[in-house]
Design a protein around this ligand. Structure first.
Ligand code: VG1
Ligand code: CO
Length: 556
């Protein structure tokens, strides 16, 4: 086939954020916009270069995915990529793509998703590059993509025909191969190797009244949940809802939290469902929700770590170390301490866990943003987390029949104490105001501002404060300005940072955490318990003044 060098000009705004390039669909639809970004991504590949490489392609199936995949096919062919492995119909959940990159020893992958952001012609699209370990590209690679995108002069496009994405099989065009694969097959095998499916099945068999409800929020997990929960674990089909992937997610936010997975929460409470769970657009997030028992993601990862010994995968590999992102509560730190494990605190974004996993120092990690996972792949993994919880519950019921999500939570608090945690999001605020607020905070906590430490606000006295800076212990890279941290003498914390995944305006994230070992507080309401600390956060940050917002858009 013929390769054409098409002249183009840079767009200047193709800087990947926390998790790839996310913009409105209309931005990606501009002439050459998507071509440019793919070309810049291929240009940034070094070892190996794009030429001769094998790449995995797939995504959450959102609006514009199919068009983007045809563009990727032609630009890959134009750059002499040797092989593309593409999920059927362009569908691969983020964790499934990570698994295929590793299993097939591909050189990387291109993931088409804006995760939990709404989809459709008026909403968001996204492109993320993953590297050969199956994880999101580290910052040096995303920076290089951005540099290439700013200097791009031409895109190489191969004249290959439009590929039928709906037929599994291999097609070759003069040394360029396109393989369409089943989206679920390898992922299902992976989970069956990790968890005790027999134990979970026998738990369901012994407890026919134990009700499970999984909500796919019309994201990519539909076919995965059908295969795993219904076909493999034998649950009735009524145990899954919103499991047909839709390009616009049915008009909703495919984000598994108390706000956007509201229908799941309501049904769990009304129908006395024992185990509720949900996942996001691209299948890497999860929420665990039992009747009257919402599990915060920070608690969830700590509990999985605390119970890891019941999971066959960890029986085999051992638990090498634990980690969390900086804003995530320190519940998992307490588990690490008790078990004598190493614990790492990294910046927001899954890409920072990969080096630690590759070095054999990290097994289980999570983020407060409903992300939980392990070193079985290099992405967070929604369905993995749900099955991990089912495995833990099934194992607990061997000794304590009837033990549910709420019992596991309370037992955990009694052993480790409770880390109350909440996040306030102020979405689409004026960027100028948000930046001014961050500048104000940097001033307060910056070097040489030692008078801030020791100040008292209400019942809280500041013990340390900084703008978080991460030194990667494996490759020694440094990531600066990762979020303002204010830590108080009683261990309570306030964190403030700006989102790196939004597509419009700025989003301010305010995270608050308070630790309690007071048994009488273990069943308290989170918002009530945190109220005094939130007031202090608003006072210090002057958030209302800078953003003009009285209330957050979403509280998780
Ligand atoms: C958010 C979350 C972060 C997560 C990222 C990607 O980033 O806070 O923890 O890793 O989304 O998740 P930010 O920069 O907007 O705070 V996903 O499920 O979008 O891949
Ligand atoms: Co996601």
């Amino acid at each position: 086939f013929k390769i054409n060098a098409i002249p183009t000009t840079p767009f200047g705004d193709q800087k990947p954020g926390t998790s790839g390039l996310r913009k409105r669909v209309k931005v990606f639809q501009q002439e050459n916009y998507t071509h440019n970004f793919i070309q810049a991504t291929l240009n940034a590949m070094t070892s190996p270069c794009a030429e001769g490489s094998t790449l995995v392609v797939g995504g959450d199936g959102r609006y514009f995915s199919k068009e983007a995949i045809q563009i990727i096919i032609r630009v890959a062919a134009g750059n002499k990529v040797s092989k593309l492995i593409i999920g059927k119909d362009g569908i691969l959940s983020t964790p499934a793509a990570s698994n295929i990159i590793r299993k097939r020893k591909a050189d990387g992958g291109i993931l088409l998703t804006a995760s939990h952001n709404p989809g459709g012609p008026e909403n968001d699209f996204g492109i993320k590059f993953n590297v050969s370990n199956g994880g999101p590209a580290p910052e040096n690679v995303t920076n290089s993509i951005y540099e290439h995108s700013k200097n791009i002069k031409q895109v190489f496009v191969g004249e290959v025909p439009e590929i039928d994405l709906s037929t599994i099989g291999v097609q070759t065009f003069e040394g360029f191969t396109v393989e369409i694969v089943d989206s679920v097959h390898d992922y299902a095998i992976l989970l069956k190797e990790i968890f005790d499916f027999e134990l979970i099945k026998s738990f369901f068999a012994k407890n026919p009244n134990y009700k499970v409800l999984f909500d796919g929020l019309h994201g990519v997990t539909g076919p995965y949940s059908e295969r795993i929960f219904v076909e493999e674990l034998g649950l009735p089909r009524s145990s899954i809802q919103n499991c047909v992937p839709l390009p616009d997610f049915g008009g909703g936010h495919p984000d598994p939290n108390l706000t956007y997975a509201h229908s799941l929460v309501e049904r769990v409470e009304k129908e006395n469902i024992n185990f509720g769970a949900a996942s996001d657009g691209d299948g890497d997030r999860n929420m665990i929700y039992g009747k009257g028992a919402f599990v915060t993601p920070s608690d969830s990862v700590a509990i999985i770590a605390a119970h890891a010994e019941v999971i066959p995968y960890f029986q085999k590999t051992g638990v090498k170390g634990l980690a969390r992102s900086m804003p995530t509560s320190a519940a998992i730190d307490l588990v690490a301490k008790k078990k004598g494990l190493e614990i790492f605190e990294v910046p927001t974004g899954w890409k920072f866990f990969g080096n630690l996993m590759d070095a054999g120092r990290l097994s289980i990690c999570g983020e407060e943003s409903f992300g939980t996972g392990s070193d079985h792949i290099r992405e967070k993994d929604g369905i993995w987390a749900v099955v991990a919880w089912l495995n833990i519950i099934a194992a607990a019921n061997e000794k304590k029949p009837g033990f549910g999500i709420r019992d596991i939570l309370l037992e955990h608090y009694h052993t480790y104490g409770r880390n109350f945690f909440s996040r306030y999001d102020y979405e689409e605020v004026n960027g100028d105001g948000a930046n001014k607020m961050i500048t104000h905070l940097r001033h307060l906590v910056g070097p040489g501002k030692s008078e801030f430490v020791g100040k008292t606000f209400g019942q809280f006295t500041i013990s340390s404060a900084d703008d978080f800076e991460y030194h990667d212990p494996i490759d020694n890279s440094v990531s600066k300005n990762q979020g303002i941290r204010i830590i108080f003498t009683d261990g309570s914390r306030i964190v403030i940072r700006l989102s790196g995944t939004g597509s419009q305006g700025a989003t301010v994230r305010l995270y608050v955490e308070k630790y309690s070992q007071n048994v009488s507080e273990y069943e308290s309401d989170t918002q009530e318990a945190l109220k005094p600390l939130i007031d202090v956060a608003l006072e210090i940050s002057k958030l209302q003044q800078f953003t003009g917002r009285e209330k957050p858009t979403v509280i998780t």
